[in-house]
Design a protein around this ligand. Structure first.
Ligand SMILES: Cc1cc2nc3c(=O)[nH]c(=O)nc-3n(C[C@H](O)[C@H](O)[C@H](O)COP(=O)(O)OP(=O)(O)OC[C@H]3O[C@@H](n4cnc5c(N)ncnc54)[C@H](O)[C@@H]3O)c2cc1C
Length: 309
């Protein structure tokens, strides 16, 4: 019987692992299919405190894992396939095996929606990015034309944020008006640096042969007319899919599938806690995920203390 099982080894899961390990709870930490989480897919992380020169995303996650293991966290390759949270202990199915646990910390993150283009995939981290806050300030994007795809609040926020760095921000949206809240849409449309392209979709990112982003090919969905926009970066902001499908029907999720935290890091099921991007559609940063991991660990520790009194 485990005291704590943590699902996920991104910033949230590994921070929860560090805290619960230091509380002598020897957490079992499951990596899922992406050990180290999303940050392992990026090169330099410039906004994680404590690294004035920046740090490689993969290295940062390895360090986090080592730090947690030093205090007794057991990090294991494994994918959670099924959960039964109806009784106590909780029963998990991990790669076909049953694991029982007194507490569970869900830190499964959220995946980005992709446009689904081969060129987008090939140029990821070479000018194609999914996070303006993370990458907008990189030298490769400064004083350059940039393209943001999307029409919701996130896309608008990304476009506005990028006006600090880019020379012009092309906002490409497949409809004829923004889906974003009115105030956000008005702000975007009034900005002198933002140029909307309505009824348009990106059909190709240029130029795979040169191994960097030099532009995008657009298609107008009403007229089928094609055009090319020169740019140094493509910021895809068409939404996220929280990795919470396993918890549907048991843990309270919002309309978009994000876990709804209760009193900080708790959930509607006592003994189940949540941290990171699977419960955060607002900030989605490494440091906020880590902070939530810390909170979930402290909550789990307190819950176990009360249980065993
Ligand atoms: C390209 C890129 C660059 C970024 N750059 C920055 C940056 O510079 N600064 C910054 O602050 N943020 C950055 N971010 C955002 C940051 O990566 C995320 O906010 C952070 O990783 C969220 O951490 P998390 O632990 O919540 O989730 P994730 O990092 O997504 O980790 C989720 C974990 O859950 C596991 N998992 C999922 N399902 C299961 C399952 N069924 N069973 C077991 N395990 C499972 C996964 O394998 C993974 O280990 C970037 C993101 C991307 C994609």
């Amino acid at each position: 019987m485990e005291k704590v099982v943590i699902i996920g080894t991104g910033c949230a899961g590994l921070t929860a692992a560090l805290y619960t390990a230091r509380a002598n709870l020897a957490p079992l930490v499951l990596t899922g299919k992406q050990p180290g989480g999303l940050l392992t897919t990026t090169s330099t992380v410039e906004n994680f405190p404590g690294f004035p020169e920046g740090i490689d995303g993969y290295e940062l996650m390895q360090r986090m894992q080592k730090q947690a293991e030093r205090f007794g966290a057991r990090v294991q390759f494994g994918v959670l396939e099924k959960v039964d949270l109806s009784g106590k202990p909780f029963v998990l199915t991990v790669d076909g095996e049953t694991v029982q646990t007194q507490t569970l910390i869900i830190a499964t993150g959220a995946s980005h929606r992709h446009l689904g283009l081969e060129s987008e995939h090939k140029l990821e981290n070479k000018g194609v990015t999914f996070c303006a806050t993370c990458d907008g300030a990189l030298p490769m994007f400064r004083s350059q034309p940039l393209v943001v795809v999307g029409g919701g609040d996130s896309a608008c926020e990304e476009a506005l944020y990028l006006t600090r760095f880019g020379s012009v921000i092309h906002l490409v949206h497949r409809r004829e008006s923004l889906r974003a809240s009115r105030i956000m849409a008005e702000r975007v449309l009034a900005h002198p640096k933002i140029k909307p392209h309505w009824d348009s979709v990106v059909t190709e990112v240029l130029d795979v042969k040169q191994d960097k982003v030099l532009g995008v090919r657009l298609k107008n969905v009403k007229t089928n007319a094609e055009s090319v926009l020169d740019c140094a970066g493509l910021f895809v902001a068409i939404g996220h899919i929280p990795n919470t499908q396993l918890f549907q029907g048991t843990i309270h999720l919002d309309d978009n599938g994000y876990i709804i935290p209760k009193k900080g890091a708790s959930t509607n099921v006592p003994g189940v806690f949540v941290a990171g991007d699977c419960a955060d559609h607002v900030y989605r940063q490494a440091i906020t995920a880590a902070g939530m991991g810390c909170a979930a660990a402290i909550e789990a520790e307190r819950y176990l203390e009360a249980l065993n009194q």
